[in-house]
Design a binder for this molecule. Structure first.
Ligand code: MN
Length: 412
């Protein structure tokens, strides 16, 4: 792939032609349009498709790019995704197309970004061994940190698709029922232990029929691309409610995703083998060593402007391919727009932990921010931004769009 584009890309930007994530934007309250990010601009795809530069685009793919969301593109399937990416890459690298396309390039500062696709079902996994072990030590200090099932299957739960919001959406501090250890009765009020979870989400394009499991090897046939996810978590609500059926209101008030969906194709150079397995896996979960689906994404968590963690996604025990195989092994369908998230990404070092629960060790060990203030959990007005980059072709870096959110005061 050529890495040269006529479009303006700041030197060293991870959003060159090696990346080309898709998103949905509007200008001054106008209609929503599908775009692709290049540098700090967005290219209006339907507008370019309507010029002579759109001549090489298959008609059905062109129609899919003209929608007010990515839903139609997701439904195109792998061949359509490849055709769209080839065309966009051609448009941005062919000097002949510049004449037609350059006027449809808009600075990101001039547009509003929207939730890029209709979220169908939302599943959240729990696939970092370091995160699961840390949470086990904090929530169940007298037991083995990992439960017996953890290395046998990718543990997960169904979340709330309707409260998945786009990056930049404010998050109201949730209220709920909590029971402090020293209180005789449960209490109602604002969460005092509001947290983040830095995660990577996989966006399903191609559906699957009811009753038919999807093999791990079919990941690139079904998954269109990747978003960054912040799975906001109210630890005090969660700790009281989660036994025995798992997360519920401590999670469902909001889940933020990046406005940009990075095609899986852009992450080819980032594929790495997952960590060594300590248990023989059942056949449907076995890794293909020739087709590894670990991904070498470097995440960064910024709290009020201070980098507080750099979680390494390559350390995740379970891959997206295994998660996909597991979530359909009982015959459950995939739908276009399904989102499955990795679970909190935490590495072995303290500064690699992807939640404040772990960074502050349950609130016992505060984090110091650049302004000198100390934090354990989120305060009203705090802002968290999660970004990531990965190796791209020819020594480039591939950027994932940021996921940003600010905490508003409670309404109880
Ligand atoms: Mn989570």
């Amino acid at each position: 792939m050529s890495v040269t584009t006529w479009a303006p890309v700041p030197h060293g930007s991870p959003f060159g032609v090696q990346t080309l994530p898709y998103g949905v934007f509007s200008v001054w309250g106008g209609p929503r349009r599908t775009g692709v990010r290049i540098g700090d601009h967005v290219l209006d795809l339907a507008a370019v498709a309507g010029t002579p530069a759109g001549d090489g685009l298959p008609a059905d793919v062109g129609a899919a790019l003209a929608g007010p969301s990515l839903d139609a593109l997701l439904a195109q399937g792998r061949d359509g995704w490849a055709a769209a990416r080839r065309w966009v890459t051609d448009v941005l690298t062919d000097p002949g197309a510049q004449t037609w396309a350059s006027e449809h390039l808009r600075p990101l500062t001039d547009v509003r970004l929207h939730l890029p696709f209709t979220v169908a079902d939302y599943v959240d996994f729990y696939s970092s061994e370091h995160h699961a072990a840390n949470v086990g030590r904090l929530f169940r200090p007298d037991a083995e940190p990992l439960l017996p099932n953890w290395k046998r299957l990718p543990v997960g739960y169904h979340g709330r698709a309707g409260t998945v919001v786009v990056s930049g959406t404010d998050v109201v501090r949730p209220c709920g029922q909590v029971k402090p250890a020293d209180a005789p009765e449960p209490q109602f009020g604002p969460s005092r232990r509001l947290d983040i979870e830095a995660e990577v989400g996989f966006v399903v394009g191609t559906p699957s029929p009811l009753g038919e499991p999807v093999p791990a090897s079919a990941l690139p046939d079904h998954v269109f691309g990747v978003v960054l996810v912040n799975d906001w978590s109210a630890r005090d609500i969660q700790a009281w409610e989660y036994v025995p059926l798992g997360p519920f209101l401590g999670k469902s008030f909001a889940t933020s995703v990046s406005a940009w969906v990075t095609p899986l194709e852009a992450l080819e150079a980032a594929r790495v083998p997952p960590p060594p397995r300590t248990h023989e896996l059942l056949p449907y979960l076995r890794d293909d060593p020739d087709q590894p689906w670990g991904l070498d994404l470097d995440l960064e968590v910024v709290w009020n402007g201070t980098v507080v963690a750099r979680p390494p996604f390559a350390s995740m025990y379970w891959t997206a391919a295994q998660q996909l195989a597991h979530l359909t092994v009982n015959g459950a369908t995939l739908r276009t727009g399904d989102l499955f998230a990795s679970g909190t990404v935490s590495g072995p070092q303290r500064d690699q932990r992807g939640s404040f629960l772990e960074l502050s060790w349950g609130g016992q060990d505060p984090v110091r921010l650049a302004d000198g203030s100390l934090r354990t959990f989120l305060e009203d007005g705090d802002e968290v931004v999660i970004t990531a980059t990965a190796p791209g072709p020819e020594g480039t870096r591939v950027g994932l769009g940021e996921v940003r959110g600010r905490i508003l005061p409670p309404r109880c």
